[in-house]
Design a protein around this ligand. Structure first.
Ligand code: MN3
Length: 295
């Protein structure tokens, strides 16, 4: 079973809306190597786990639980980037004279962000393809699953580094940078697990192998050691720490399995969007909601 806390796993820095960056980030959410895949792949690998190698199961499931928060973080970031067409914020007169407040949707990367959703994230990739369960790799063979997980984290990190190079929007970059560093931590975790099974990584990791501290937002997170820490996400004790410890396989320092969960960051309520009819409540319905909240 799972519990949840209404906080984001990392802070999203405010900036102007940027629908093009939002659409690019959809790849990191619902693409073949996105957060929805890491979440579902690690979940199914842990559900289908056979045998007594509990520390490895705890490792896969702990990271899988963190991935639920990554899905939430990147979806919320996309929402912030979409919420309000350019020049909507502040002046209260959206679009051309207020007559076609959603006109700008016609020229965006994914019109469905405005037409199907109410300026919000969708479970699709950057080309609009629906997320697919066929992305998920679960063979039941522990070594093979760990190898695939490392490939998945490395490709995820590669794509996030490309996304960082595409936009300097602070909202987008705050989340992209966090995910670059956490993908590094997860590369460390799966590489370490394979190292305990006899693999020697040498100078291969992390993938892509470059000095990520040239990205200032990433540098700040690395100085806090975020690429070498992994919380186990179990309330009843985890054996993950038997694997995620000692020297990092990517030469990034000492690995630490944390007992304390990440602090998290507050979630601000999304604003109402009358032009999307969202949430579309009449005064009467609002009164009923107020009454329900008092009960
Ligand atoms: Mn992730």
């Amino acid at each position: 079973m799972f519990f949840h806390v209404q906080k984001l796993i990392n802070e999203i820095i405010p900036d102007e809306p940027d629908p093009a960056a939002a659409n690019a980030l959809q790849e990191g959410l619902g693409g073949q190597f996105g957060e929805m895949r890491t979440m579902m792949q690690y979940m199914f690998q842990s559900f289908d786990f056979r045998g007594k190698a509990q520390p490895y199961r705890d490792l896969i499931q702990g990271i899988g639980t963190e991935e639920i928060s990554h899905v939430e973080l990147i979806a919320t970031t996309i929402n912030y980037l979409l919420d309000g067409s350019p020049r909507y914020r502040g002046n209260g007169t959206p679009g051309a004279g207020g007559s076609t407040p959603l006109h700008m949707a016609l020229s965006q990367g994914n019109i469905q962000h405005y037409l199907v959703g109410a300026q919000s994230a969708m479970p699709v990739d950057s080309a609009g393809n629906p997320w697919s369960g066929s992305y998920v790799y679960v063979s039941g063979n522990l070594v093979l699953d760990l190898l695939y997980n490392l490939m998945l984290e490395a490709t995820g990190r590669l794509q996030k580094c490309r996304l960082y190079e595409m936009t300097n929007n602070k909202t987008a970059r705050s989340t992209i940078s966090y995910l670059i560093v956490r993908d590094h931590a997860h590369e460390n975790a799966y590489a370490k697990a394979l190292e305990t099974l006899g693999v020697n990584w040498g100078k291969v990791l992390p993938i892509p192998n470059f000095d990520a501290s040239t990205y200032p937002e990433v540098k700040k997170l690395m100085e806090m050691g975020a690429h070498n820490k992994q919380h186990h996400f179990r309330l009843d004790g985890s054996e993950m720490g038997k694997i995620f410890k000692g020297q990092s396989p990517s030469g990034s320092g000492t690995l630490e399995t944390t007992q304390e969960p990440p602090e998290g960051a507050p979630i601000k309520p999304a604003s109402e969007r009358p032009e999307e009819f969202a949430p579309g409540l009449t005064r009467e319905l609002e009164k009923l909601i107020e009454q329900a909240a008092k009960m």
